[in-house]
Write a protein that binds this ligand. Structure first.
Ligand SMILES: [Fe+2]
Length: 296
C-alpha cells in the first residue's frame, strides 16, 4: 500500500493540458504545486491557474502568486512604502487567484491531512509569499491575513500547525526552503545571484522543522524558488539528507525540455509507504505520457 504525491516545481508558464492529462492519469492522491505559476504578470499567473483548475486530482498550491510585478520589485528592493502602496489590493488578488484555481486549494500557514489505506501524513504549508533571504516579504498582507509580522510570529504559527497535526509523520512544503543547508551559490537554497553566495533559505521554516522534530517525524521537506539551473548555468544541489530529513528542491526550470522533436515535462513523484518515503524525478513525453530518461 502506498500514498503517492506529485510535486510540480516552479512552473513559469510551462503547464498545459498534457500535464493535466498525465497527472490525472497517473492516479496520484494529491498534486502539490510550490508556486511561481506565471511570468511576471498577474495575468500570466491566472492563465496557468485556469489550466490547473481542470485537474480532477486533489491539488494544493502554496500561496505565492497573487502579486504584481511592481509589488515584487518593490519587495525585492526593500522599498517598504512603495511595497505597502502596491500591496493594498493583494487580498483581492489572492481571492481572485483562488476563484480561478477552482478546486485546487491555496495553501500557506495551513495543514493538510493525506491518507490512503493506513498510510498517512500531515502536510504543513509554510509561510506564503516567501522571497527567500532574511526579509519577510509582503509583511502587510501577512499581518492582516495571519497576524504574522516577523520570524518569531511565523514560527509560532507553524509550530501550532505541527502540534495540531493528526499524523506522526509531517511533510513541510513551501515556495522556498529552510536555512541551514549551505551558503554556496550552488547549495540547495544558496544564493546564486550574488557573487559571494549566501544561505537564501527561510529561517522561520528552519526553526519550525527543528521544533516539530522534537515530537514528530519529519522525513521530508519540499520547496522550490531557487532554480536548479543556477545563474552561472551550473546545477545546484537538489537533495540533502540531514538528521533523518530529506530536503528536496523541486524547481526544475524550465520544467519542459525539448529533446529532438519531443517535449519532456518534469515533476517529482513522492511515494509514502509504511516503511518510508521514496522521491523520484520524473520526465514524461508530452504526447505519449511515457516516462523518459532525464534530459538534464
Ligand atoms: Fe521560480
Amino acid at each position: 500500500m502506498a500514498l503517492r504525491l506529485a510535486v510540480v516545481g516552479d512552473i513559469h508558464g510551462h503547464f498545459g493540458s498534457a500535464d493535466v492529462r498525465h497527472l490525472d492519469g497517473a492516479g496520484y492522491d494529491l498534486v502539490l504545486f510550490v508556486g511561481d505559476l506565471g511570468g511576471y504578470s498577474f495575468r500570466s499567473c491566472l492563465e496557468v491557474a485556469e489550466r490547473i483548475s481542470t485537474l480532477q486530482t486533489r491539488a494544493l498550491l502554496i500561496n505565492h502568486d497573487g502579486v504584481t510585478a511592481g509589488q515584487l520589485l518593490a519587495e525585492v528592493a526593500s522599498a517598504d512604502s512603495v511595497a505597502a502602496r502596491l500591496g493594498r489590493r493583494m487580498s483581492q488578488r489572492v481571492a481572485k487567484l483562488q476563484r480561478v484555481l477552482g478546486g485546487c486549494e491555496l495553501a500557506g500557514y495551513s495543514r493538510h491531512e493525506v491518507a490512503r489505506g493506513g498510510i498517512d501524513a500531515t502536510l504543513i504549508a509554510g509561510r506564503p509569499h516567501s522571497l527567500g533571504g532574511e526579509r519577510i516579504g509582503f509583511v502587510n498582507y501577512l499581518r492582516r491575513g495571519f497576524g504574522v509580522s516577523d520570524v518569531n510570529s511565523s514560527v509560532a504559527k507553524l509550530a501550532a500547525l505541527s502540534e495540531a497535526a493528526e499524523s506522526e509523520r509531517l511533510v513541510f512544503f513551501g515556495h522556498n526552503g529552510p536555512t541551514g543547508l549551505g551558503d554556496d551559490r550552488e547549495s540547495i537554497w544558496g544564493c546564486d545571484f550574488r557573487k559571494e553566495g549566501g544561505d537564501f533559505g527561510d529561517a522561520d521554516l528552519r526553526t519550525a522543522v527543528d521544533r516539530a522534530k522534537e515530537s514528530r517525524r519529519v522525513p521530508l521537506v519540499i520547496a522550490g524558488h531557487m532554480h536548479r539551473r543556477t545563474r552561472m548555468r551550473t546545477r545546484r544541489t537538489q537533495r540533502v539528507v540531514r538528521d533523518g530529513t530529506l530536503y528536496i528542491n523541486v524547481a526544475e526550470t524550465p520544467r519542459v525540455r525539448r529533446v529532438g522533436l519531443r517535449f519532456l515535462h518534469h515533476h517529482v513523484r513522492v511515494t509514502l509507504t509504511s516503511v518510508g518515503i521514496d522521491v523520484e524525478d520524473v520526465w514524461l513525453d508530452r504526447e505519449s505520457g511515457a516516462q523518459e530518461p532525464s534530459p538534464v
